[in-house]
Design a protein around this ligand. Structure first.
Ligand code: CP3
Length: 335
């Protein structure tokens, strides 16, 4: 398979700029919305034939250059014995959030059996897909923040307090989650995932010092442990501009950035890795002329045919119109 996505991950020059979108599978696409009338979101991830169908939909409908496994970052904690539900338009709600250091001991280690359905989904996808499949996991900070807060938060005060008040237990929790993440991503790669992305969606709430002390060593361990698997590794976060040098200081081929930083500035700070991003998802909701101008603006800033993957700065908005997204994909390919 020649893939512009994989070529760009490796820093090779491409003919056409590869494009995919975070949260392209599920959310707004019609086939997914139809399936959701019958199945819950987590239920769907556990039916490999249907999950594979959801992963394939953006490839067929939008013409993107990579598929992402249909799953959720919370499947790993579930496979470690955490009880939770995912509420529509809200997010994960944990039955018994972590309150005290003693609660950390209650987490089990990762059980492969409890994630076997994902391996099956990946095998089905590999058998009938023309583009690479990206496997993924939530980064340990983002997972820990859900486990401690118990629900989505805007301040992450409970998480930060736990981290600073109980540093030993924090590192124990991050260590447990990191080891599980390594096994979880290895399982996806063994099943056929051709690249992996670590989503650290909420880590940008930390200060640079906090990031360096409480997060970076764990993320570094995850990425260096996956080196021998020989698939491209993507490190994505939002709000990371103030510590981008640290954030990119991991053994990964690709760094994902959001729109709060200019692409040329990201390129200046990360000269030797592929950059993925960073259109503001809100721009997808504006008239076509605005979208076009915004894409042109990004492409003026970097050598977009080498070491660059077009994506949004964060997930696709649920209300995005797939006919507009399809037009955007063609436009990026025409550059
Ligand atoms: O990219 C993809 O489309 C593949 C599948 C995928 C889902 N979740 C399916 C999903 C991926 C990559 C994720 C990652 C994820 N999940 C993240 C990291 C990326 C990010 O957006 O920051 C986070 C923080 C979560 C946790 C989560 N799951 C939240 C906050 C929510 C609810 C809000 C929302 O985004 O709609 C979910 C539910 C969820 N996960 C849905 C999907 C398709 C929505 C369920 C529905 O509306 O049918």
């Amino acid at each position: 398979m020649t893939s512009t996505f994989l070529q760009a991950c490796r820093g090779e020059r491409v003919e056409k700029v590869p494009v995919w979108f975070m949260r392209q599978a599920g959310r707004s696409l019609p086939g997914y919305r139809e399936l959701r009338k019958t199945y819950g979101m987590l239920e769907l991830t556990q039916i490999p034939e249907l999950a594979a169908k959801v992963s394939r939909e953006p490839v067929e409908l939008l013409g993107v250059d990579a598929a992402i496994l249909f799953a959720d970052i919370m499947i790993l904690p579930i496979a470690m014995g955490v009880e939770l539900k995912i509420i529509d338009s809200v997010g994960p709600i944990i039955n018994k959030p972590i309150d005290t250091p003693a609660d950390v001991q209650l987490l089990s280690s990762f059980s492969e059996k409890r994630a076997e359905f994902l391996a099956e989904t990946i095998r089905i996808l590999r058998a009938n897909l023309s583009v690479p499949i990206i496997g993924f996991a939530g980064a340990p900070f983002t997972l820990a923040s859900y486990l401690i807060e118990g629900k989505p938060s805007r301040t992450w005060h409970k998480t930060k307090r736990f981290m600073m008040e109980h540093p030993e237990s924090w590192h124990a929790l991050m260590g447990l989650l990191s080891n599980a993440t390594i096994e979880y991503l290895r399982l996806q790669i063994k099943a056929g995932a051709q690249a992996v992305q670590l989503f650290d969606s909420w880590v940008g709430c930390l200060s640079p010092l906090q990031y360096r002390e409480f997060v970076l060593p764990h993320v570094q361990k995850i990425f260096s442990s996956l080196k021998e698997e020989s698939v491209p590794r993507i490190h994505f976060g939002t709000n990371t501009s103030s510590f981008l040098q640290d954030f990119s200081n991991v053994d990964a081929e690709v760094i994902g950035v959001d729109w709060r930083i200019e692409l040329k500035e990201a390129r200046r700070q990360i000269p030797n890795k592929t950059i993925q991003g960073n259109l503001d998802p809100a721009i997808l909701l504006t008239p076509w002329g605005v979208i076009q101008k915004s894409v042109d603006g990004l492409f003026e800033q970097v050598d977009f045919k080498k070491g660059y993957i077009f994506n949004l700065g964060h997930g696709m908005p649920p209300e995005a119109d797939h006919t507009v997204i399809k037009k955007l994909v063609s436009y990026v390919h025409s550059k």
